[in-house]
Design a protein around this ligand. Structure first.
Ligand code: ADP
Length: 472
């Protein structure tokens, strides 16, 4: 087992000022993979100090100067795709196929997209007798979760650096190894010292110290709603800007006339990929009452293709969930849903057969779920799909909009125009029309309890900029 004792601060790997450590566990075997420092306030203070010291000169660089190390960072991500995927498979339990195609490839696409956006962005605009400058927001605290551990890092750090901000990253305690790999890639890219810093540690210790630090100008957080609320409160007290990507309970609405089989198949993959640990997953499938049983049968058949197994095998489609705590949480939601009257179609709260070790959960499909049930309101963050029935379009809309969240969604109809008309009435930040593809240039973020601010594309860059007006 590898024991790391350093943090990346001020352009170098330095011994952590903390003596405690965090053990990283392989969710498929429950064996320890490595340990990293459990940094505290002193490490955070050193990292923020380094970021502050570098802020003015990095902010004064031209886009051409920033594009040089950012392009090398992008090339580093491209060169290390396999190592990235293997690292994420080891510490998250994500199947290697999905880790390669999504966990490693999407951050590369996102980094690539920001090179183009930075190259073409208008940092100066003429408005009447004013010139409006887009200046960097300053020192950014990036606090990220474990479910798409590199994507969430890249979606914050790359636009922040492109904007001319300096960054301190506090990655999730469950997945710090890919964060360390990212720091090595940044180091090799040749950014000036202090522009990027990494502090590993526990959320309530290192994360809280970072979010509250008086020298941080902007906190960009992805994670649970409960922690997001704390971070927003701390940011409010310090008059810091904040961006929050929180939970979701997204609805996939299949209108009569849609390709039902395709809609259900895509939905099952959408929920079971990454073991359901996707904030934007369509965890509620809404089907018209006349097609309801047909949809349930289709979902049962599609779910049969997801047999939990070793994430290192290229044949495995679903691995374990990230931790014992997460497994217990997901099982609790399944048991609770059955107690509230849901029908178990496939799966269940018991451990999958033959898998006594590892944090495995049975891929589960629940039918007869009604909108007020806990499983239809709260984020499960596991491989659990709930199927709800609706009477007519108004009813479907009421159910779709009837949660505290509004992150993503899907609509399927006989034609794109009808699906889009329905999507316009949904209180949510992103909707896929008849299975529309992921677009790294499209803003991603939540309505209502799903968050504040947007990531990706031009909107994602602008989170890290602030306007300054000069009058002539
Ligand atoms: P999850 O439930 O997905 O683990 P969390 O919201 O707990 O999500 O964690 C997301 C990120 O927030 C992690 O990096 C975690 O360490 C950090 N975090 C957790 N608690 C706090 C806190 N009180 N203050 C700041 N960061 C925190």
């Amino acid at each position: 087992m590898q024991r790391y004792t350093d943090q990346y601060i001020g352009g170098a790997w330095r011994p952590s000022l903390a003596s405690a450590s965090v053990t990283v566990v392989d969710p498929a075997t429950e064996l320890a993979l490595a340990s990293v420092p459990a940094g505290g306030a002193p490490d955070v203070d050193a990292a923020v100090g380094a970021a502050r010291a570098a802020a003015r000169s990095w902010a004064a660089t031209t886009r051409e100067q920033r594009l040089v190390p950012l392009t090398r960072l992008r090339d580093g991500l491209a060169a290390r795709q396999q190592e990235i995927a293997e690292t994420i498979t080891a510490e998250l339990g994500c199947p290697i196929g999905f880790a390669t195609a999504v966990q490693a490839a999407v951050p590369l696409a996102v980094a690539d997209s920001y090179l183009g956006i930075l190259a073409g962005y208008a940092f100066e605009e003429r408005v009447g007798n004013s010139t409006v400058l887009a200046e960097p927001a300053g020192v950014v605290a990036a606090i990220t979760p474990w479910n798409y551990p590199l994507h969430q890092i890249v979606a914050k750090v790359v636009p922040a650096l492109a904007a001319g901000c300096t960054v301190v990253l506090k990655p999730a305690e469950d997945t710090p190894l890919v964060a360390r790999l990212f720091a090595r890639i940044v180091d090799e890219a040749g950014f000036p010292a202090g522009v990027f810093n990494l502090v590993t540690g526990l959320g309530p210790v290192a994360g809280a110290a970072l979010a509250e630090h008086p020298q941080v100008d902007l906190v960009s957080f992805t994670g649970s709603t409960a922690v997001g609320r704390e971070i927003a409160a701390a940011a409010g007290r310090g008059i810091k800007r904040v961006a929050l990507e929180l939970g979701g309970k997204s609805a996939n609405v299949v209108l009569p006339g849609a390709d039902l089989a395709r809609a259900v198949n895509v939905n099952v993959g959408n929920v079971f990929n990454n073991s359901g640990q996707t904030c934007s997953a369509w965890t509620r499938l809404l089907v018209h009452e006349e097609q309801y049983e047909e949809a349930v049968a289709l979902a049962a058949e599609a779910a049969g293709k997801y047999v939990p197994g070793d994430p290192a095998s290229p044949r495995t489609r679903i691995g374990p969930v990230v931790s014992a705590r997460q497994r217990e949480r997901v099982r609790g939601y399944i048991t609770g849903a059955l107690a509230e009257g849901a029908r178990l179609v496939v799966g269940g709260a018991d451990a999958p057969e033959g898998l006594d070790q590892g944090f495995y959960v049975r891929p589960t499909v629940l039918a007869d779920v009604t909108p007020e049930m806990t499983v239809a309101q709260e984020e499960v963050f596991g491989p659990v799909l709930s199927i709800l029935r609706y009477r007519d379009e108004e009813h479907a809309l009421e159910i779709a909009n009837g949660t505290a969240y509004g992150l993503a969604g899907g609509v399927w109809a006989g034609d794109d125009a009808s699906a889009a008309a329905f999507a316009r009435r949904m209180d949510t930040g992103q909707v896929d029309i008849n299975g529309g593809r992921f677009n790294p240039l499209a803003p991603f973020g939540g309505f209502k309890g799903s968050g504040v601010g947007r990531e990706l594309g031009r909107h994602g860059l602008e989170e890290f900029l602030q306007p300054k007006s000069l009058q002539f």
